[in-house]
Design a protein around this ligand. Structure first.
Ligand SMILES: [Zn+2]
Length: 92
């Protein structure tokens, strides 16, 4: 059980400068495989996604709600090894 993977998406609007970060979690298990959330929830952007479940979802499009500009994004994958490394650090 537990969270084994997560991906963080950072959306930026090039026109009005809006920026927002959201995280998608893989709530699967080591024996049952992946079970990704279907999307990340953004308040400042309208987003459409593809995937979810056994496949990591990918962002298909993101539009700024404020000015209707197409947003740019970057995604950062944080896998199992990094999370485990943090939790077993004796200095924390
Ligand atoms: Zn905007």
């Amino acid at each position: 059980m537990g969270i084994i993977d997560k991906t963080t998406y950072t959306l930026t609007c090039p026109k009005c400068g809006a920026i927002e970060v959201a995280t998608i979690l893989d709530k699967g298990s080591n024996w049952g495989g992946s079970h990704w959330q279907s999307m990340a929830i953004f308040n400042q952007f309208d987003t459409t996604w593809e995937g979810g479940g056994s496949h990591e979802p990918t962002l298909k499009s993101a539009t700024c709600k404020k000015c209707s500009s197409k947003a740019t994004y970057k995604s950062t994958y944080l896998g199992d090894s990094l999370l485990r490394g943090c939790s077993t650090n004796p200095n924390l």
